[in-house]
Write a protein that binds this ligand. Structure first.
Ligand code: G3P
Length: 214
């Protein structure tokens, strides 16, 4: 499973990259705005650290505007992926950008039917938002299961990015389903590392080692 970091914070990205397990980064306008820096500065900082796919989102809502923005964003680097929202205008933009060889990540997917259309339009990545479905008493992970079946049934050249991840169990369940990628907040990554028995076990090993020296 590939692990992406869902943040625009360069310190968190550098830290996760230093752990040797970071495959890419996803951002959105909300995450970029949290950094309090101009967009281009944030993007250049991320590009210096991350060699894997970096998703940058358009803010236009008409397809021509999305395509223009997408072309500009793609020029920042070969590993930039354009995040397009799952709307009718979005579908037109996905088709146009992917026909130009620009990789697209379709965002704000909340149903299998939306995922099917995005895949047909040529989206390279599909991002179902599972936490937001859980928030409204819907089973987010069921959406991931359905999308995986659709992708496999038709051999779409797509990877599923499990997004809106809120805790380690989301990542684990996604991995058991076989989802290609989970994009996670840094705090979730930190929680995935920790286990109290690991800490207790290490403390005991070190204490016993010290006893040997006495
Ligand atoms: O990857 C999508 C993500 O940024 C949305 O997460 O927690 O705002 O639903 P959240």
């Amino acid at each position: 499973m590939k692990i992406f970091l869902d943040t625009a914070n360069i310190d968190k990205i550098k830290e996760a990259a230093s752990w040797g397990i970071l495959d890419g980064v996803t951002t959105n306008p909300t995450l970029i705005s949290k950094e309090g820096k101009d967009f281009e500065t944030v993007v250049k900082e991320i590009l210096e650290v991350v060699k894997g796919p970096i998703s940058l989102e358009v803010v236009s809502t008409d397809w021509e505007g999305m395509v223009e923005e997408g072309k500009k964003l793609a020029s920042y680097g070969d590993n930039v992926v354009i995040k397009i929202p799952m709307t009718v205008e979005g579908l037109k933009a996905i088709k146009a950008l992917s026909s130009m060889g620009i990789k697209v990540n379709t965002t704000l997917i909340f149903s299998p039917a939306q995922a099917l259309l995005a895949a047909k339009a040529g989206s390279r990545y599909l991002s179902p938002f599972i936490g937001r479905l859980d928030d409204i008493s819907s089973y987010g992970m069921r959406l991931v299961e359905d999308i995986m079946v659709i992708v496999e049934n038709y051999g779409f050249n797509c990877e599923v990015i499990v997004a809106s991840v809120r805790h380690p169990m989301h990542v684990l369940e996604a991995a058991l389903i076989g989802a290609h990628i989970a994009t996670v907040p840094f705090e979730v990554l930190q929680k995935m590392v920790k286990h109290p028995l690991t800490d207790i076990g290490l403390e005991r090993f070190l204490k016993d080692w010290e006893k040997l020296k006495e």
